[in-house]
Design a protein around this ligand. Structure first.
Ligand SMILES: [Zn+2]
Length: 206
């Protein structure tokens, strides 16, 4: 079976930047499973996998516009230190927050005196991504998977497609409650959403 819309695909991957540094790899986590055609993963990677069969390997080059977007200064904002209340912010800290673009992951970029600069860009924004992938399996999606918009194996309900950061709508992880230490806490940069999932607990019945 070839990778096409409405198939559930499992891939192993290594992700490198322009300098050849490894940013992420499926490695010990095991293959990443996703529902093809449901925007579970970034568009450039999805296009690269299209038409492959189990056992195929491929190098896929993903430009920023088909990955995590261009870096935008518009996503920088300043907030007063006092906004953090009793918490002590530190550069590099990341957290979910409601912004005028919806729920996003914000990173503390700079702290100067009483002013804290927050960066709403994805950490991989502006980067060209170099994927080396191997297709592990391809199967037809089941009806419930199609209606949920993600696969139902390996990692539970959110194995492939929840949208915490970007608010992908639908999907079992779209509610803010779910992201509180729940299903959207682990990182999986190949996936489109800010948080890859897998620890369950997001109210999807299967
Ligand atoms: Zn589900």
């Amino acid at each position: 079976m070839r990778v096409a819309k409405e198939t559930v695909v499992a891939i192993e991957y290594t992700l490198k930047d322009d300098q050849g540094n490894i940013i992420d790899a499926s490695g010990d986590r095991g293959p990443m499973e996703y529902l093809h055609g449901a925007q579970n993963i970034i568009p450039g990677l999805e296009q690269g996998v299209e038409g492959l069969v189990a056992g195929d390997t491929k190098s896929v080059l993903v430009p920023p516009q088909l990955g995590y977007g261009e870096y935008s200064d518009k996503l920088l904002q300043q907030v007063p230190l006092s906004a953090f209340g009793a918490n002590t912010p530190q550069v590099g800290m990341r957290f979910h927050a409601e912004t005028n673009l919806g729920m996003r992951v914000l990173t503390i970029k700079k702290i100067e005196g009483e002013e804290v600069t927050l960066d709403g860009n994805h950490e991989l924004a502006g980067k060209t991504l170099h994927f080396d992938i191997k297709v592990v399996s391809v199967r037809a999606a089941e009806l419930t998977e199609l209606s949920h918009g993600h696969p139902h194996q390996a990692g539970g309900c959110c194995g492939g497609g929840c949208g915490s950061g970007e608010g992908s709508g639908g999907g079992c992880c779209s509610s803010e409650e779910g992201s509180e230490g729940g299903c959207c806490s682990s990182e999986q940069p190949a996936q489109k959403s800010e948080g890859g999932c897998g620890s369950g607990g997001c109210g999807c019945s299967h």
